[in-house]
Design a protein around this ligand. Structure first.
Ligand code: FAD
Ligand code: EPU
Length: 294
């Protein structure tokens, strides 16, 4: 299918999802470049999935049959103007930041403005919506450190919630799958560009040992505060290769694409890790389709 325009003016195109994932793997799907609430409602009339920065996804080589929603246009724009009714000299509550905004650029912009709250997420190649959905973070801070309001859209309607209404925690927001984070307002502490930069540098330092190749980040969550990477390393699995996928020699919780990797290669490595590491590991990646799905 070439690009088409839907009833609400939404661009719809059949595209390889490998273009949208940091692993560089994934077959075709119908991608809906949604720019408005009306477009989102229309896209949700049939089964759908939500795509953010594609930085936590392992997508099947056959693609997925559902519509894939990609927040675009105004849903990928930001208004960082302080809300005078909610801001104080110490704390800024911003206007709306779209779920489709790339997180790295936002973090840099906040640093230049001397606003503190999200600098611990530096280096996470997500979109704001995906980072909120996962509560992405590092030991230096996470998304929920800087949120004031989250707007969530489902086929049933739209609601705005505050973080204390969600059961968020390590790598989870408590927002159910396919509830779309369309936009957020940020709550940030007034600081200085230099102080924010110093905290960003600390978080950046912690990444020095991570591989620079195509990857969806860490494969498994850290069980009970222990590094899953250390457990996989201790099992002697660094450098294990299946097809074009490799357990990174730099950090064992990263699987990288050497070029030409398939989703099946990555799944095979995940199975090897589960079989060889002595403790149960919870997957951090999201598999499209999920295990047990067609
Ligand atoms: P995607 O990968 O596109 O999707 C992931 C999930 O989020 C899917 O379920 C998807 O449906 C859902 N989703 C996406 N957008 C929305 C939305 N708008 N509304 C609702 N649901 C949505 N993670 C960390 O936590 N800490 C790190 O330090 C870290 N480092 C990384 C380093 C590298 C090099 C890479 C490649 C990844 C890293 N990650 C890290 C993993 C990844 O960036 C996070 O899991 C991130 O939250 C994924 O966001 P995304 O926008 O890319 O979402
Ligand atoms: N370690 C090893 N071998 C390895 C990997 C790590 O021995 O192969 C050891 C390190 O030497 C260190 C300890 O394990 O002593 C912790 O390693 P690291 O500092 O790399 O942190 P991590 O717990 O492995 C977590 C996050 C990363 C985040 C970094 C930096 C998880 C699953 N991982 O890694 O997040 O970037 O801290 O804050 O929570 C992600 O979630 O995708 C991700 C990349």
């Amino acid at each position: 299918m070439t690009a088409a325009v839907s009833r609400t003016g939404t661009r719809v195109e059949r595209l390889p999802l490998s273009r949208f994932t940091t692993l560089g793997v994934g077959g075709e799907a119908e991608v809906w470049f949604v720019e408005s609430p009306e477009g989102l409602a229309e896209a949700m009339e049939r089964p759908y999935r939500v795509l953010g920065g594609g930085s936590n996804l392992v997508v099947s080589d056959a693609g997925v049959p559902e519509r894939v929603i990609r927040l675009s246009g105004p849903l990928a724009e930001r208004d960082l103007t302080p809300d005078p009714a909610l801001s104080t000299p110490e704390c800024v509550v911003t206007g709306w930041v779209g779920g489709g905004v790339p997180l790295p650029g936002l973090v840099r912009q906040l640093q230049k403005l001397g606003l503190s709250g999200l600098e611990g997420t530096v280096g996470i190649p997500a979109q704001v919506g995906g980072a909120v959905w996962m509560n992405a973070g590092t030991r230096y801070g996470e998304m929920f450190d800087g949120l004031h309001t989250v707007e969530i859209v489902t086929p049933e309607g739209t609601r705005q919630v505050t973080p204390d209404e969600l059961p968020w925690g390590y790598r989870q927001s408590g927002i159910p799958r396919n509830h779309v984070v369309t936009r957020v307002r940020l709550s940030l502490t007034v600081s200085t560009p230099g102080a924010v930069l110093a905290r960003m540098d600390l978080a950046d330092q912690a990444r020095k040992g991570q591989p620079k190749m195509k990857t969806p980040g860490c494969a498994f969550k850290n069980p009970g505060g222990v590094s899953a990477g250390k457990l996989i390393d201790d099992a002697g699995l660094k450098g294990t290769r299946v097809g074009g996928a490799l357990i990174a020699p730099e950090h064992a919780n990263f699987i990288v694409n050497l070029g030409g990797a398939t989703a099946a290669d990555v799944h095979a490595l995940l199975d090897i890790i589960r079989a060889r590491v002595g403790v149960p590991l919870e997957l951090e990646y999201e598999l499209w389709p999920g295990q047990g799905e067609p």
